[in-house]
Design a protein around this ligand. Sequence first.
Ligand code: NAD
Ligand code: MG
Length: 408
Amino acid sequence: MSAVPLKTIDQSRPQQERVVTVLGATGSIGDSTMDLLRRGRDRYRVAAVTANSNVDALAKLAREFEVEYAAIADPTRFDDLKAALSGTGIACGAGEVAVIEAAARPSDWVMAAVSGAAGLKPALAAVDRGATVALANKECLVCAGEIFMQRALAAGAQVLPADSEHNALFQALSSGNREELTRVIITASGGPFRTWSVEQIEQATLEQALKHPNWSMGQKITIDSASMMNKGLEVIEAAHLFALSPDEIDVLVHPQSIIHGMVEFSDRSVVAQLGAPDMRTPIAHCLGWPDRIPGPAARLDLAAIGQLTFEVPDLKRFPGLRLAFEALRTGGGAPTVYNAANEIAVAAFVDRKIKFGMIARLVEATIETAVSNGSAKAPTTADDALAIDHNARNIAATLLPQIAAKAS
Ligand code: NAD
Ligand code: MG
């Protein structure tokens, strides 16, 4: 049959078993990843899994997937993990070093889905040995993006964006060249407070912040979605992943979360990736890459959805997004401080120590202090970035009572 030629799979390429590692296997992204691996048991072998403190969930996965190594970050849980794995022959370890060890062990593909800057060193251990790294953990790119991408380049590690918006951009970018790219557009659901007033957002409770309209995710990212700090982190993530300037990145509120990202090219074509809001789609793209594997998400039924709508993000009601663009323009260690202060602010909000509206104020005050006292210089090594992160956490913790007192 004569037709326009389409790219085809090279059938002569041997279909080898893929050995995989899942960092943060017990979380929301970890769960979606294990679901895909379960569906492809004949194609994947799991070398190592890690978790923070949930020994039972980790041991269950380790046994089910007959892994070689399981690591728990909480050092006090080592004996429990050993007991839970006794008789299986599965090696195990505890503490930060054990999580790094899990990442450093040989495998072809690594899902980096630890939450927060705590995921930086393990993700770097995977990058340094040249693994293909599916990166969900955006905080580690915001904390040390330049260093992370440089080390990936040096080791020949392929970084695959697992975050839905960046995965969409990655897919859309393949239809043009860098020189032809004029802008990328990251969509945002707008979160549970999209239509709320400043006053309502200020007083929002933890329960309200945890009610995301479209996505089911871990606690931290759900709160970040409500404050739109998540979109801010994603703007910085996109800048590092694709070497973009802040002017090349636009954010568009799209409450249905069907279009995940778009790329505009010089001919004014805009290429978008669409799909039901199910993280198993971008993760499946990373897992199958450079081919595609069957995905379990619901098929997209646009007629049933009926309408896709769009709004400009309101930087007054969502200052967290404004602060991300400012941190990116300030450069140096400002994005590192932005992320660290946000982690402290979210933890304080979860502990009901501060009101929702104070999250962005604490982040802004921390950045101001760190920039003015010279502790937000550009990090040159991962340890440098983690030192800036550590220092910013201290600044945020010091400022926290003042900010909380001012508001009450
Ligand atoms: P989660 O809280 O559900 O899971 C986090 C995982 O990391 C768990 O396995 C936990 O045990 C582990 N962990 C937490 N702290 C740790 C520490 N200090 N040391 C070692 N392990 C630790 O989070 P999640 O929603 O799965 O998100 C994981 C990452 O993926 C985050 O960076 C998030 O921003 C990103 N992400 C998540 C989604 C989503 O839909 N959930 C979408 C895009 C990006
Ligand atoms: Mg996202």
